[in-house]
Design a protein around this ligand. Structure first.
Ligand code: URA
Length: 291
């Protein structure tokens, strides 16, 4: 069966309604882009490269491609060598690790993340969503990735699920002045799609460093992706939730972590709010014990 192309205003309206109900809310490009394609080999005019004065040029387009050596610029390089295989995401994850560990304060980390071009999600996001709340807080909550409202405001959990999170926090006597909130992924995935494992691996060093710099007494993982990424487990959130785990920072500090249900899940499955309530009571008790 072939898809008929819409050609009347009614067809177009139907198609747009279908896209909206499917969660499509970003217009990207007309034609698909293969971001893993090898770039065409470049000729390297070596003498000119040495002699030419620096020229102001537009920044290179963001891409998931690894920065790589231009083989043709190396001495005796065969002019048209077959492309070598690369693992672009690993190169970007390595760069992210390097940039994250170079940050010795949260401000520096924010700057490093703002200048990082290795995650394709940045290309479609409006803003870096770094954090909200109090960096001196005893409790840090980590969600998955910003949604539309967070992308617009540049702050985590400000939409519907954020409002529920605020109510959950208030129920145990906390608010945004007494917690610190961030996400595993700091850029909104287009259309709120699930971040890919590669995107998560590329962003992981930043959130790990953020936790290390905040050094909270208690970590709360909001939802499965946060729990899986930061607690190194493949278990599902319904099994994980409610049980204390440990997040170990890069410098070896063990932080008690409570995996719980994501507020967006609770909005869809209100019957499970009582489970999250139990988890938050655990957090309250732990905070009382450790602070
Ligand atoms: N969901 C998340 O995981 N993070 C946000 O910031 C908002 C919604």
């Amino acid at each position: 069966m072939t898809a008929a192309s819409p050609n009347t205003p009614v067809d177009v309206a139907d198609l747009l309604a279908f896209y909206a109900s499917a969660g499509v809310d970003e217009a990207l490009e007309d034609a698909p882009v293969n971001r893993f394609a090898e770039p065409a080999p470049k000729a390297a005019p070596r003498a000119a490269a040495v002699a030419a004065p620096p020229v102001e040029s537009a920044p290179p387009p963001r891409s998931t491609q690894a920065p790589r050596l231009d083989a043709s610029a190396l001495p005796d390089a065969p002019a048209a060598r077959a492309p070598t295989s690369t693992v672009p995401d690993e190169a970007q994850a390595a760069l992210a690790r390097q940039m994250a560990s170079a940050a010795s304060t949260l401000d520096e980390l924010r700057q490093q993340m703002a200048s990082f071009e290795g995650c394709n999600l940045k290309a479609t996001a409006k803003n870096l969503v770094f954090a909200d709340g109090n960096p001196q807080a005893s409790v840090m909550l980590v969600g998955e990735a910003p949604g539309r409202d967070e992308d617009i405001e540049g702050l985590p959990f400000v939409g519907r699920s954020g409002r529920l999170l605020d109510r959950m926090l208030a129920a145990i006597g906390l608010d945004r002045t007494s917690v610190y909130i961030a996400n595993v992924i700091p850029w909104r995935p287009p259309g709120n799609r699930t971040p890919t494992p590669h995107e998560t691996e590329i962003c992981r060093p930043f959130i790990e460093r953020q936790i290390e710099l905040v050094n909270p007494k208690v970590l709360v993982n909001l939802g499965g992706p946060s729990a899986k990424t930061l607690l190194n487990t493949s278990e599902g959130i319904l099994r994980l939730r409610g049980n204390w785990r440990v997040h170990t920072t890069g410098s070896g500090i063990a932080i008690p972590a409570m995996p719980t249900l994501h507020p967006a899940y609770l909005l869809r499955t209100p019957a499970h709010k009582k489970l999250a309530w139990r988890d938050f009571l655990e957090v309250k008790a732990k905070l009382k014990a450790v602070t």
